[in-house]
Write a protein that binds this ligand. Sequence first.
Ligand code: TRP
Length: 334
Amino acid sequence: METKKIILTGDRPTGPLHLGHFVGSLQNRVKLQYDYDQHIMIADVQALTDNFENPDKVRKNILEVAYDYLAVGIDPKTSTIFIQSMIPEIADLTVFYLNLVTVARLERNPTVKDEIRQKGFGSNVTAGFLCYPVSQAADITVFNADLVPVGADQLPMIEQTVEIVRKFNNIYEPIFVEPQAMVPETGGRLSGIDGQAKMSKSLNNAIYLSDSAEDLKKKIMSMFTDPSHIRVEDPGTIEGNTVFAYIDVFDTDKDRVAELKAHYQRGGLGDVKVKKHLNDILQAILEPIREQRKTFSSDPAQVTQILREGTQQARQKAAQTMNKVRKAMKIDYF
Ligand code: TRP
């Protein structure tokens, strides 16, 4: 009997996953997968909303993201990994949900607003892009998910999902649970290596789980620190110093971190030394992931099979929900 609570979460296949994903949600998913009925979606439909002219890119990154999942320890025996576009029930449900959302509400979503600004869409934003939070509400609810482990930038999506669920339950029949976001204590935000608030592929400031040891080291050595910390003897600043922000996230020896910070602020501790310390810590975390990833990526047929099986399982569950939806909406004709 299935009594576990349900998780639905996912990522856009627009590139391999990075440390921001790792801190923001991947670690949580690995932890939660044994206690929850976890579904992890490779969101190709959502990726296409701003990459519709680049189908090759989305296609290529399906497997890259799957390798990343498996490499960090997401276990296909307990987590259902699947591809969004292969579940047409999600698209069905999206169409019905579109009636429950106003255009004004879509335009107020802060994450979407940021993205529109960042991508320079302006008033040329497509309907598909503006509406992706509605599709995301369908992703989550078609599996009747209780919990959605995501980074803080995704909170507006969950909020919008809850609004849609309430409206649906109110107008038709109360068939959906209101999902809850699960954001890591740190907020799950990891800045880019250049100090910009968000680590992202498009900003070219990301450390990938698949980066080689040399690339990782190079990126750490180029990280933004305290621009006024010129000579080793100078006192340095911790606030806004990306290297220390990372050390805070990844170094579990908090006494050592406090000592390092005090030394840096006092003067006499050079950036290179601090960066080497961060490099040691991150290499230790990423080395086993990189090795695992190599094993999985050497057998794409096996990983494709994992996706095929996951997608079949996911589709069955989605179809069950759609039967209820059709009944509730009185469109279950025959
Ligand atoms: N919007 C998420 C991101 O950009 C990806 C995503 C799509 C997702 N559908 C989802 C996350 C459903 C959680 C639940 O990272």
